[in-house]
Design a protein around this ligand. Structure first.
Ligand code: GLU
Length: 440
């Protein structure tokens, strides 16, 4: 049921690929091809030696698993999942587990690559990894989700460990799912090892401040960007594409920390617009009641495409990959694009946004708050002593602010757009570790 394979070899061979796992292009942009293309651009800027460049283009290891799960109706359903350990030169691999119907191995590879650059850009002693299961949690009962989560750990647990690989939540996975996974892992080991998974509930060794950390880190970046651009954030109209964990907390913290006025929000079913601003508490209550922001009283409907093109100074893509592309980048009117999602912008769109003077806070910088507090959680689990929430916020702010300015500075020095600036900072750190270890 468990197979260790060379990255992509099986799929590539099946479709006549080169067996090296070259990502296969389909009709949709392939996120792993995009991740490789971004790295190639950074390698050129840095004049990276060819061996290091080639090494950093590929995951070091990946595991493909097949998971039989007993469903509530008595049938057994077979799920497929992955765990990719992209690079551990700087420390154990770290990164979330996504449950999503559109999950593919190449999405997981891309997300694992971005985790490697993310931990490097905020300078925490970890590598990058990611996991995923092809499933639709919205159609599963809590019991089915629990059995799937435990089945995943029974297969993947053998390559996890405090010093090996440490998962966390991602799209459609929650603290409850992390709790089931930590519990299953404890049974496999014969003792509790809470630090092997982060994003846990507080009662099981979670950290104060982990819940809103991704959005909070992003808001610290928006604050710093506004200083550079001399942009007044008080009352600044803001659009949030993706009203999930990161997006909802961006609404609340954008208001509380920066005074942003969120005028538009969308989720997978559609979006809403109200020029005077959307009330956070009421919109959350509506979403909890109906399952979507759609139909929130007193608002105009807006599509997921339209929301990106609104005339607002701050745009926060917080959902999935490839939403800002060559086709719509020229229509983006925001001054700051704060990417709480992973991979929302394609390389072609990056060039257009840069040319048009849009200040992009790139994903693996903007959303690094989540993994930074995950790292704090690992540290607290290791010494069994827990910090006050205030201390988590202070230390997160320090890390994010330092990373933001390192990236801004690199973009200025190398005269490149911010994403390339972030790559320059991250790749230099990973390349140094790779060289010191004697891998190249
Ligand atoms: N899934 C989150 C991310 O993409 C968090 C990862 C973590 O905390 O390890 O950054």
């Amino acid at each position: 049921m468990t197979t260790m394979v060379k990255p992509g070899a099986a799929e590539a061979r099946a479709k006549g690929g080169d067996g090296r796992g070259m990502p296969l292009s389909g009709s949709k942009p392939n996120p792993f091809q995009i991740a490789q293309q971004q790295l190639d651009e950074a390698a050129a800027v840095l004049k990276l030696d060819p061996a290091t460049h080639d090494l950093l283009r590929w995951p070091l290891r990946e595991l493909h698993v097949t998971l039989p799960v007993k469903m509530d109706d008595g049938t057994t359903k077979i799920y497929h999942g992955f765990r990719v350990q992209y690079n551990d030169a700087r420390g154990p691999t770290k990164g979330g587990i996504r449950f999503h119907p559109d999950e593919t191995i190449d999405t997981v590879r891309a997300l694992a690559a971005w985790m490697t650059w993310k931990t490097a850009v905020v300078n925490i002693p970890l590598g990058g990894g990611k996991g995923g299961v092809i499933c639709n949690p919205k159609e599963m009962s809590p019991g089915e989700l629990e059995r799937l989560s435990r089945a995943y750990i029974r297969q993947v647990g053998r390559i996890l460990g405090l010093e090996k690989d440490v998962p966390a939540p991602d799209v459609y996975t929650t603290p409850q799912i992390m709790a089931w996974m930590a519990d299953e892992f404890a049974f496999m080991q014969g003792y509790n090892e809470f630090g092997v998974i982060t994003g846990k509930p507080i009662a099981l060794g979670g950290s104060a401040g982990r819940g809103d950390a991704t959005a909070r880190g992003g808001m610290y970046c928006v604050r710093e960007a506004a200083k550079i651009l001399d942009l007044d954030l008080k009352g600044a109209p803001t659009a949030i594409q993706g009203y999930g964990n990161a997006g909802t907390f961006a609404h609340k913290l954008g208001r509380d920390l920066l005074g942003l006025r969120v005028v538009a929000a969308s989720d997978s079913r559609g979006g809403v617009y109200q020029a005077d601003g959307l009330d956070y508490e009421q919109l959350m209550a509506h979403k909890e009641r109906t399952g979507s922001v759609v139909g929130f009283p007193g608002t105009k409907a807006v599509s997921n495409e339209e929301i990106l093109e609104l005339d607002v100074p701050v745009l926060i893509p917080s959902a999935l990959e490839n939403v800002i592309t060559e086709a719509n980048a020229g229509k983006i009117k925001a001054r700051v694009v704060a990417e709480l999602a992973n991979g929302p912008t394609t390389p072609e769109a990056d060039q257009i946004l840069h040319k048009n003077g849009v200040y992009v806070i790139p994903d693996f910088l903007c959303n690094a708050g989540g993994v930074t507090v995950s790292y704090f959680e690992m540290v607290q689990n290791a010494y069994g002593y827990y910090w006050e929430e205030e201390m988590v916020h202070e230390r997160l702010d320090k890390k994010m602010t330092a990373a933001f300015h390192a990236v801004h500075q690199a973009a200025q020095t190398y005269k490149v757009h911010n994403r390339l600036g972030a790559y320059v900072v991250a790749i230099q750190r990973v390349a140094e570790a790779v060289k010191l270890r004697g891998w190249v």
